[in-house]
Design a protein around this ligand. Sequence first.
Ligand SMILES: [Zn+2]
Ligand SMILES: [Zn+2]
Length: 360
Amino acid sequence: MKRRRIASDVNTTIFAHKKFVVSNSYNSKTTPTRDTVQHIIKNNGGTVQKDITKNTDYFVQSFLIDDDDRLEIAKVNNVLVIGPDFLDYCIKQGNIADHVNYALNSDTNDNVDLTPLLQKFPSIEEYTREAEEQPQTYYDFLNMERYSPDDDRRTIYVLPLLCNTKRDSTVPCSFIETYFGLKVTILPTIKLQKTIQVGDYLYTIDTKKSKYNVMQLLDVLEENLPSDGFCIMSITDADIYEPGNNGIIMGRATGDRVCVVSMFHFLKQDKWLIPFLKTMTHELLHVFGIDHCAYFSCVMNACVSDGSDNEPVFMCPIDLAKLRKSIGFDAKERYQKLLAFFTENEMEEEIKFLSKIKFT
Ligand SMILES: [Zn+2]
Ligand SMILES: [Zn+2]
């Protein structure tokens, strides 16, 4: 459950000439209520419209899932979708804030400024944006319930569940170690078949047309997270499915510190490693509580797992701030280590990208 500030109800003209449409999904359980939001807008000089028109500036969304179909209309009309806390931020700043700046800078106690990076990141491709999700700001991340590595649990465990047990997981794991700055321990490979032994237990995994039920694999991982593990990720070369979902699945993460990534569809490609690294990274970032990104072209874009090669392996500054908060690394030093990895593995696109967003 995300918690939000209640916007201050002061009388200003900050929102003068700005037109807002407020989502219908507000209800008595959410704070502030729809009425409060409308009141705050009007009280600070803004106009509240009933329907989205070409001149609407903002669609103020509700909490979590929003079932107001005007959200889709907002997206079509390029109307910025914001949360109620954006209003509060503008009022505190005394002006209409840039929504991306806001998404990054809602924590005033953070002393490392990632703002200069904002200009260097490519904007989001429209097709990767998910209409039903409210963009997760840095502030949202700080205030949500999530796990972070602590002194006792700082290791990422990787469990290879492989059909071809000779497959080597070393390169993907060394990438993860560099990317997250946490120790990665690869557990002994287990041959993936209908019945697998993990720890002291035997598990039977459902299969459908030789695809493995990913939800059951996640359950197995949850039961086998070592006590010093921050999380456990399984890498598999088998195809996976999620009951009730007929789409192709490359990976799946849960908030319970587990994820599964499948290299099955990537292995059909010549250059499978880089797209696979992106999917691994994407799923692991979900484990830290980072949602899909709606701000930039970023590894956390919703469609990153379709196996195409266009998405960057990098996090945008907003998601970088979230991961840094969770783990506590030096962003500049981390980029240098990533550059060394890319150089060693001849990842030209990534080297080029890093040189563009050069960290100052
Ligand atoms: Zn995702
Ligand atoms: Zn992002």
